[in-house]
Design a protein around this ligand. Structure first.
Ligand code: HEC
Ligand code: HEC
Ligand code: HEC
Ligand code: HEC
Length: 493
């Protein structure tokens, strides 16, 4: 992929001047934020493209265009759930992508301080934060100065204390977050003393806070923001400071080209590169493959343990077990999307990617839950007990099962994976109520999708649900009774 900055008038003007003053240097700053451990997009509705797998080659090309490049991350590199190796492989990617600094975001503490410390030991790049204090664990720096082609760049990192609120207190018991308004002046003075040509603040604070910081500290040239996950195609300007941010999950990379003359920034240009339809380079594919292999090995070892436990491994009931008494509910469920949750990850070849299993199988990681397709073939998909979790002793026990709460759904229907989730609409679509359509002459599947979903391209949902009866999607016959799976009303548009 060729990435070209389109010079606008003003830059061209400076280029001309540049011929007269050859002391100009072009510095390129590649930036990113809130990667959230995404090595590769899951292709769930909220996450259709991107990931470090794709960022890798683009960074290479951007660097080839200008060797005076630095690459910075404003924080939340690590996932706030899932599996630790995903965090480790994110660092592995960054090692090979020659990242220059990662600002510590709140999610970096998800696996605790000790884990972050050991991870930083494996990193070829520094983690930084100016307003964090971690007791007895000085594994990161407050700031650094990067010298590139004789140009000094001051880089500091900060974290908004409020972002830490979502973490369990015990994970951050050793962490103290200082007021960055108190620590920044000292650092900015140090940068001045060392005669840096530009100051970059990596700020894990959210856009609104960044605007305040820009107002208070006008000597900062650029703020690379994070946390509020805004996609800023153009920087937000506050006084003389430009604020940048590129959404999340490695969907985009930011590219800031700065022209420095003598000791100051004279001009800059910014663009945002969407990591969609970009080729994967070999080195990136190799790292990703080692991740998949490690994931595969984990599923294998879980499998082996369950097999060794043999009689003791008591798998949860599978849908057909419940279906032996609840035939109608079973029939309905087997036509919903939950009954195809495994098939969609099979298509993607990711049935041993542990980062998919917790949501696309039944109770992965929970007692008696899904282990592997081999050991627990009945627990692929989002089965009955994913929702009816209070099933132990049923139907013999007297009390009825707990009604299903929103908390049950949002373990899986979270922001990244199900951005349109709204309980009232989604709940109606899973209540075990069957809806039928009797085929008339002139009906075809996409026409029915248009009628029921207002969207002709959703015909596959009807096809999938009726696959046992409809062998060929082009052939449906008058008087045939088709099931029309319910979909959430807010998706009917
Ligand atoms: C041996 C037959 C049998 C099996 C197997 C069975 N159930 Fe039931 N279930 C019943 C009976 C009987 C009732 C009470 C029916 C009624 O009140 O109409 C019931 C009621 C329910 C209810 C209704 C509400 C409540 O809270 O009482 C739910 C939900 C339910 N079962 C879910 C399940 C699930 C999930 C499974 C599989 C894990 C399952 N059942 C397996 C017989 C069975
Ligand atoms: C936190 C839970 C969660 C995780 C983890 C997750 N998914 Fe999903 N995925 C969902 C949900 C929920 C939906 C449906 C969302 C909706 O329609 O609102 C979905 C939808 C999808 C779809 C679209 C299905 C269709 O019918 O078009 C694909 C493909 C998919 N996921 C693949 C994956 C893969 C591959 C992974 C692992 C890399 C993964 N998912 C990880 C929850 C998750
Ligand atoms: C996506 C979540 C989900 C899945 C998966 C699911 N159910 Fe339900 N089920 C519900 C909800 C919601 C209700 C309404 C009652 C409630 O909120 O507790 C319900 C109600 C029921 C009832 C009570 C009677 C009725 O029809 O309303 C039975 C019986 C039942 N489910 C059986 C099953 C069986 C059997 C399976 C698997 C084949 C299954 N359910 C899978 C969400 C689910
Ligand atoms: C264990 C994870 C999990 C749980 C729990 C879960 N879902 Fe899902 N849900 C999924 C996945 C994965 C998909 C996408 C499957 C596919 O497209 O093949 C999905 C799809 C759906 C869809 C279809 C969306 C569409 O675009 O058509 C609805 C509706 C839905 N879920 C509602 C619910 C509700 C309501 C609950 C709670 C009662 C719930 N789900 C609980 C994982 C889950």
């Amino acid at each position: 992929m060729k990435i070209k900055a389109k010079p606008h008038g003003i830059l061209f003007f400076f280029l001309l001047i540049g011929l007269a003053y050859s002391s100009q240097t072009d510095i390129r700053i590649i930036y990113i934020n809130n990667v959230d451990g995404y090595l590769r997009a899951c292709h769930c509705p909220g996450n259709l493209f991107g990931g470090l797998l794709y960022a890798f080659g683009v960074v290479d090309e951007l660097r080839a265009e200008n060797p005076n490049t630095i690459f910075l991350d404003a924080g939340d590199l690590l996932p706030a759930k899932d599996w630790k190796p995903k965090a480790e492989y994110a660092v592995e990617f960054y090692n090979k992508m020659k990242v220059d600094a990662v600002n510590i975001g709140d999610q970096e503490f998800w696996f605790g301080t000790q884990f972050l410390k050991s991870l930083s030991g494996k990193a070829n790049f520094p983690f930084i934060s100016a307003n964090l204090l971690v007791k007895d664990r000085e594994f990161f720096k407050p700031w650094l100065i990067k010298e590139i082609s004789g140009i000094k760049i001051g880089i500091a990192g900060i974290l908004n204390p409020e972002t830490m609120n979502f973490l369990d207190k015990e994970k951050i018991s050793e962490v103290e977050v200082l007021d960055y308004r108190k620590v920044l002046p000292e650092i900015l003075n140090e940068f001045k003393r060392q005669r840096v040509s530009m100051i970059i603040l990596l700020s894990h604070s959210g856009l609104e806070e960044d605007k305040q910081i820009a107002k208070q500290f006008p000597e900062i040239n650029f703020i690379i923001g994070a946390h509020s996950e805004n996609l800023l195609k153009k920087p937000v300007i506050e006084g003389g400071t430009a604020i940048f941010q590129v959404e999340h999950y490695a969907h985009y990379l930011g590219v800031l080209d700065v022209k420095v003359e003598g000791n100051r920034v004279i001009n800059y240009q910014n663009k945002v590169v969407k990591l969609e339809s970009v080729p994967v380079v070999r080195e990136a594919a190799q790292i990703y493959q080692t991740y998949l292999d490690a994931s595969d090995a984990l599923v294998d070892s879980l499998s082996l343990k369950a097999k060794q436990a043999n009689r003791d491994y008591k798998a949860n009931p599978k849908p057909s077990d419940c279906g032996s008494c609840h035939f109608d509910e079973y029939n309905h469920w087997s036509r919903t999307q939950h009954a195809f949750a495994w098939e969609v990850i099979t298509k993607d070849g990711r049935t041993t990617d542990v980062s998919c299993l917790s949501c696309h199988t039944t109770r992965f990681g929970k007692s008696g839950g899904f282990v592997s397709a081999e050991v627990t073939p009945g627990l692929v998909n989002v089965g009955c007990v994913s929702c009816h979790t209070d099933f132990e002793g049923h139907p013999d026990k007297k009390e009825s099962m707990n009604p299903i709460s929103e908390a049950t759904c949002v373990q899986c229907h979270d922001k990244p994976n199900s951005p349109d989730f709204e309980l009232s609409y989604y709940r109606k679509a899973v209540l075990h109520k069957m809806k039928y359509h009797v085929v008339r002459k002139g009906d075809w599947l996409s026409k029915l999708a248009g009628k029921y979903y207002n969207n002709v391209s959703r015909w596959q949902i009807i096809y999938r649900a009726n696959r046992a009866e409809v062998k060929n999607p082009d052939l449906i016959f008058p008087k045939q009774k088709l099931i029309i799976p319910a979909i959430p009303e807010n998706k009917i548009h």
